[in-house]
Design a protein around this ligand. Structure first.
Ligand code: SAJ
Length: 444
């Protein structure tokens, strides 16, 4: 039987359906990347089906209840009520859509190797329903080569040919969780297809939700772009973390140094020292690139050293907490410590890879009595400890030997805390400008 082929007419038809938004979109993975993207396409006028393994998430979306701070429930409810957005746990929904966008996690294994389990699973799910004319786009952050070496072979195992029967592109997500300023619309989108038509179709699609779409020559360029963007942050954060350690030894105020360096109108971009780097990308992406580089007998020494420097920060924070307590003739053992903020960065509700977890683990190991407060994280598990956020009252701060500000959520009234607390160790420079003898800051 003659092999069915995508005709020129079919391709024209697909293009016109993307252009007039009658193409149906599937988004696999409805986390902090997939849900905002699904909603953006739904609000642009597409019919979008989100597929996620988490029944709880699917039910919440169906009810129009957002589980992300960045997404208001009202927006979600409107898209669902209009029938533009629906969610399901069933991958078979992928059969009916024209474009499938993969937004699944890319974690590390315990030995800091890339864990592509979710990408492989999503690719296998898609392969079960892959058909003539499908446009498949990978958005998950990963090492250069993943689209060509991992996703493509799985899809080609169906017998369909990329660029002939279906299309495959990499387009990195560029969500900045918690940012009100940068949105999908005003953040340029990079698209790199396996071949020109894949690139063009993806660009056509993203132009409906992003003001600027840049087409690059291969998926590898787009993949490398993304890891480079995040490694750029990792190495610059490591630089200021190392500077903070040096400034502490030299009794120079690192926050003043950074503030003065920031007056340089060109050739400089401020980064800030802190308790370490958290989140789902910055702590991980250097290891994704380093792992791939080893295949080329290339050791990314600088990139890995920077990642290691960032990883030493929680331990350094605990050392500095010990030193702060010593100024009050207190030892850490038996001291009552209050950690303010455990999310991995300010004003978000995500505790993944947060340096606060390691700080708390170390403090407990050294027999301190540790409580925490975080308005966004009511409780979490640390090893075999389950910790719950305390209730904050004006007077509560004086019950602790030291209050360690690990995540400087905007809700904290630092001036009033400085009046009540016996001792504050500020790891974020958020108390700069509050002159009080009971405040010790990282890097001063
Ligand atoms: N951090 C510092 N000092 C800094 C900046 C950040 O210690 O000067 C820490 C933060 O506290 C946090 C971690 O590093 O723990 C990561 O911070 P981040 O601002 O990079 O935040 P992410 O990981 O949520 O989002 C980043 C995006 N952020 C920005 O570009 C500002 C962007 O790099 C990616 O779109 C996103 O990761 C991603 O998902 O790849």
């Amino acid at each position: 039987m003659a092999r069915a082929e995508l005709t020129v007419n079919d391709l024209r038809n697909l293009e016109s359906r993307i252009r007039d938004k009658s193409a149906d979109i599937g988004v696999v993975g409805l986390g902090y990347v997939g849900l905002p993207l699904a909603l953006a396409f739904a609000e642009a006028g597409f019919n979008v089906t989100g597929v996620d393994a988490d029944k709880g998430r699917v039910n919440k979306i169906t009810r129009g209840t957002s589980y992300l701070l960045d997404i208001e429930s009202a927006r979600l409810k409107k898209a669902v009520t209009k029938g533009r957005l629906k969610a399901t746990t069933s991958q078979s929904a992928l059969r009916r859509v024209d474009t499938i966008i993969i937004c699944v996690p890319t974690p590390l294994t315990k030995t800091k190797e890339p864990d592509l389990t979710y990408i492989v699973a999503a690719s296998n799910d898609i392969a079960r329903f892959l058909r003539l004319g499908h446009l498949v786009i990978l958005e998950s952050t990963t090492y250069p080569g993943t689209t060509r070496e991992i996703v493509l072979p799985i899809l080609e195992s169906t017998g369909l040919k990329v660029g002939v029967d279906y299309f495959l592109t990499f387009s990195p997500e560029r969500i900045d969780p918690g940012s009100r300023k940068f949105t999908i619309k005003n953040t340029p989108k990079i698209v790199g297809g396996m071949e020109p038509t894949s690139t063009k179709l993806a660009a056509l699609l993203y132009r409906h939700v992003s003001d600027r779409v840049l087409e690059v020559s291969t998926p590898e360029v787009a993949e490398m772009d993304k890891v480079f963007e995040n490694v750029f942050r990792s190495v610059n954060i490591a630089l200021v973390n190392e500077l903070a350690k040096l400034c502490e030894k030299m009794n120079i105020n690192v926050w003043e140094v950074i503030r003065s360096a920031s007056t340089k109108p060109f050739g400089y971009m401020p980064f800030y020292p802190g308790p370490g780097v958290g989140g789902h990308c910055i702590p991980l992406d250097p290891y994704y690139l380093a792992s791939k580089a080893r295949e080329y007998f290339f050791h990314t020494r600088f990139i890995e050293l920077a990642a290691e420097i960032n990883e030493t920060m929680p331990e350094y924070i605990v050392e500095q907490t010990v030193a702060a307590l010593n100024t009050r003739s207190r030892s850490l053992k038996g001291s009552k410590i209050l950690i303010l903020g455990v999310a991995y960065k300010k004003d978000i509700e995500d505790v993944r890879e947060s340096p606060a977890l390691r700080v708390i683990e170390l403090l407990i190991e050294k027999k301190a009595m540790v409580h925490y407060h975080d308005p966004y994280i009511p409780d979490f598990r640390e090893g075999n400890h389950r910790l719950r956020s305390i209730k904050l009252t004006k007077k509560v701060f004086s019950n602790y030997d030291c209050v360690v500000i690990v995540t400087d959520h905007s809700c904290y009234d630092l001036k009033s805390i400085a009046k009540e607390a016996k001792l504050i160790f500020d790891t974020r420079g958020c108390t700069v400008g509050i002159n009080a003898s009971n405040i010790i800051r990282l890097g001063e």
